[in-house]
Design a binder for this molecule. Structure first.
Ligand code: HEM
Length: 456
């Protein structure tokens, strides 16, 4: 293979043949745990190995994933790690809670994500995409942008608009910095949890993380005050959550629940979508043919007019590109579970408390599930092919009762933002730059995604 063609292969992790041990294991756990996953994770149905004296089971076969996420989901909790990492800032909200405390919140919040509410948000999504387009229009030709950061700002704008019906009351730059400082230390928090060490032990960045956490809690408290005082539009997501009740128990959210869920939706609802967009721009820069097809599709669907809400669901090929990007680079690259009791899985007994992982990144590139898994091929999502695939072979949004509540919001948003920006600009990767993946709660490009802006 020549150098040029090597540069066109989307980046991938080269797994070690055997699980890493000792200091190398600790280093990858803090910097990028995916680099420690052994090659067997990409070719076996299920693998168990020891990490710091603890068994960790990786589940890749779709039938077994279905057992974990659906059929036996009552036997699993998210467990210690999410609580010790995300839970210290997000509290026990929908993403981090388990059992009955998760169930009533999920039932209460579900109506806010019904089709009509998501559809009502599309004009705000398109307006935010348009603001980003206008900002880029004022830049000189060839300007280099960190597209990862640009997408974070765009989707942050959108989630704040959705939650509060307006973004002006939150200092976006400070809030984003607080999230970044907090997330940057997650690897350490996971390592301490795996080593069963207490969470208060200081580690690099822990003070900045604590400041970030305190700032985020202040932002949430002030949003809750505003919604309680009736200052928000009734259609905003936070107002819907404040009014929501669980139909089974009649329970509704107190101020603490509301603040926890506000932060949860703010965090879960922007970073993931921003990453899906960032990786899509990266892949399109390697595949100009796919970009051309998107442009023709937009032209066909809009007739050359401004993008309108009703156009979005007809941008089918654009959505295949987003889905293929999330296959190669799933923003949630690892789903964590822990069985509450001993369970049977694939003929083996998994003892209670075993860390049980569904590594979506590896499932999406598994040798038994995909042809030429490392190749970018949006056509895989053509309905004739996608319908034949096992439901549990492709899980960017998870599956079962804990499937992402914001899935249709996220897909609509990603397609709308991608289409709006691609129409006016082409982005090319900084010459000779190879991004590097890093799993820090979500799958990010370490060091950002430097790309040059070209006007069409
Ligand atoms: C491309 C964008 C997104 C991706 C890839 C994504 C992925 C996921 C995944 C994989 C899960 C399940 C985690 C697990 O089973 O352990 C999840 C849960 C969740 N997501 Fe998303 N998400 C995205 C966008 C959003 C958006 C836009 C929102 C909110 C507006 C959101 C809110 C949530 C919440 C609250 C949960 C927890 C659900 C529960 O446990 O009941 N996500 N997401």
């Amino acid at each position: 293979m020549t150098d040029t063609s090597a540069a066109l292969v989307p980046i991938r992790i080269d797994p070690p043949e055997q699980p890493l041990t000792g200091l190398r294991r600790l280093r990858t756990m803090v910097t990028n745990p995916m680099e420690g996953w052994p090659a067997a994770v990409y070719r076996e149905p299920m693998v168990t190995f020891r990490v710091f004296g603890r068994n960790v089971t990786f589940v890749m076969a779709p039938a077994l994933i279905r057992e974990v996420l659906l059929d036996q989901s009552d036997a699993f909790v998210k467990g210690d790690i999410p609580r010790r990492t995300l839970g210290t800032v997000l509290g026990e909200a929908i993403l981090t809670a388990d059992g009955a405390h998760w169930r009533w919140q999920r039932r209460a919040a579900a109506p806010a994500f019904r089709h009509e509410h998501v559809a009502a948000l599309i004009p705000a999504i398109l307006a935010a995409a348009e603001r980003r387009r206008a900002a880029w229009s004022s830049l000189a030709k060839g300007t280099e942008l960190n597209v990862a950061h640009e997408m974070m700002r765009t989707t942050f704008d959108i989630i704040l608009d959705a939650l509060l019906s307006g973004r002006d009351s939150v200092d976006a730059a400070k809030t984003e910095q607080a999230i970044t400082d907090y997330v940057a230390t997650m690897g350490w928090a996971v390592a301490l949890a795996m080593l069963r060490l207490p969470g208060w032990i200081p580690f690099p960045g822990s003070r900045a993380a604590a400041r970030g956490r305190d700032y985020l809690r202040e932002v949430a408290a002030s949003a809750v005050t505003r919604v309680r005082q009736g200052e928000l539009d009734g259609g905003s997501l936070l107002s819907l959550l404040a009014k929501a009740t669980d139909p089974s128990t009649g329970r509704s959210m107190d101020d603490r629940d509301l603040a926890d869920n506000f932060l949860t939706f703010m965090a879960a609802g922007h970073e993931t979508t921003a990453l899906a967009l960032t990786w899509s721009f990266y892949l399109l820069s390697l595949h100009p043919d796919a970009e051309e097809r998107i442009l023709s599709e937009i032209q066909e669907v809009t007739g050359g007019e401004q993008l309108r809400p009703e156009h979005i669901e007809n941008l089918k090929y654009t959505s295949w590109v987003v889905q293929e990007s999330m296959r190669l680079y799933p923003p949630a690259a690892l789903l964590l579970r822990e069985p509450l009791r001993d369970i049977q899985l694939g003929g083996l007994t998994i003892p209670a408390g075993t860390q049980t992982y569904v590594p979506t990144y590896a499932v999406h590139r598994h040798a038994l599930l995909w042809d030429d898994p490392d190749r970018f091929e949006p056509e895989r999502f053509r309905p004739e092919l996608a319908d034949k695939r096992d439901r549990y072979a492709y899980l960017p949004f998870g599956a079962g009762p804990r499937i992402c509540i914001g899935m249709s919001f996220a897909l609509t948003e990603a397609v709308a933002v991608l289409a709006t920006l691609l129409r006016s600009f082409r982005l090319s990767l900084r010459p000779n730059y190879r991004p590097r993946m890093q799993l820090q709660v979500t799958l990010r490009p370490a060091g950002g995604m430097p790309m040059r802006l070209h006007r069409r």
